[in-house]
Design a protein around this ligand. Structure first.
Ligand SMILES: Nc1ncnc2c1ncn2[C@@H]1O[C@H](COP(=O)(O)OP(=O)(O)O)[C@@H](O)[C@H]1O
Ligand SMILES: [Mg+2]
Length: 321
């Protein structure tokens, strides 16, 4: 199991250290898909990157909590041990397939590098593995593709290559940070289908980071809704779709393209996510919440069980109703 336990992360803004992720807990299990959903700027990527201990060289610092892989802290690992975990146990698929691939190396050389790092195979076997991986992600003419450079590929093909690279060492967990956001809608659907297929076939634990609640409905078993550095609601997708508790969850669900009238403008939640350093004292969502009262603004709101212990929400109003 990959477990984030009461994690707090700080970033540096104007030379000041400010909290950007606050007391966050998540649990990723083999064979399950967990959606981490929230608007842009909520801290989803910071959280996802921390799960591979990335981002630390960009001034991101863990100030509390832990991340445990099968009970062992990632923060207890030295750099070589960490490199073995990255890719071999936990792999990452990023949002921008162009920036995640290196434009000056061929697809084959980038794939073979990753395979060499993690698997003890000779050159012929490495090449065969690369070809197999490209076929597994639905790319034709895998042999020819090995010689191509990222520039020659479409966005969808590049994302397939990145997924192939993520699968190279047969990881147990995949963290996919907005893996389809940069792609056309039709390509998005095919990439999502591919990810889900691989996840099911191999029993992977998948963390899907997204701002799209519709995607969560389609793909995930469990969901954690994130707002301004905190998880505000969590539970199974089925449960949260039937009984969303938090006003923020309800607002996100109402913004799905699927639920609005065809041709109508997409609803948006008025206002903006407060950035780190500007979080309100009480409920982080209070300023944008129609139900908020003075109580909501006074003091931090704890996460509480709502429908049952597995479905939890961080909201005074709903829990009092
Ligand atoms: N390295 C960093 N230094 C300073 N601020 C950062 C850094 N990374 C992210 N942030 C800020 O933290 C907040 C959360 O960022 P991020 O995790 O990227 O959000 P999301 O992925 O949910 O859109 C944003 O306000 C962002 O500007
Ligand atoms: Mg992000």
């Amino acid at each position: 199991m990959l477990e984030v336990r009461n994690l707090s992360l700080a970033v540096r803004i104007d030379g000041r250290q400010v909290e950007a992720v606050s007391d966050l807990s998540l649990r990723l299990e083999p064979g399950r898909v967990l959606g981490l959903v929230g608007e842009s700027g909520c801290g989803k990527s910071l959280t996802a990157q921390a799960m591979l201990r990335l981002g630390e060289h960009q001034g991101v610092e863990k100030t509390a909590g832990d991340i445990l892989l099968d009970g062992e802290s990632l923060f207890a690992l030295d750099e070589p041990a960490l490199r073995r975990v990255r890719g071999k146990r936990i792999a990452m698929v990023f949002q921008e397939p162009m920036t995640a691939l290196n434009p000056v190396f061929s697809i084959g050389s980038q794939m073979m590098d990753v395979i060499r790092m993690h698997l003890d195979l000779d050159k012929t076997a490495r090449r065969a593995r690369a070809v197999q991986l490209l076929q597994d992600v639905g790319l034709e003419d895998a042999e020819g593709l090995l010689k191509q450079y990222p520039d020659a590929l479409s966005g969808g093909m590049r994302q397939r290559v990145l997924i192939a690279i993520a699968m190279a060492a047969d990881p147990d967990y995949i963290i996919a940070d907005e893996p389809t956001t940069a792609l056309d809608v039709s390509v998005q659907k095919r990439i999502i289908a591919l990810l889900l297929n691989l996840q099911r076939q191999r029993g992977l634990g998948l963390l899907l980071v997204t701002h799209d609640f519709g995607l969560v409905a389609e793909m995930c078993d469990d969901v954690a809704v994130m707002y301004a550095g905190q998880i505000v609601e969590r539970g199974t997708v089925a449960e949260i779709f039937d009984h969303p508790a938090h006003p923020y969850t309800r607002a996100l669900m109402a913004c799905r393209p699927e639920v609005s009238a065809p041709g109508a403008a997409l609803p948006v939640i008025p206002g903006q996510v407060p950035p780190p350093g500007s979080w309100p004292a009480g409920c982080h969502f209070a300023d944008r919440c129609e139900l908020a009262t003075d109580d909501c603004r006074r003091a931090a709101v704890a996460e509480d069980a709502w429908m049952d212990d597995a479905h939890r929400a961080r909201c005074l109003r709903v829990l009092q109703c």
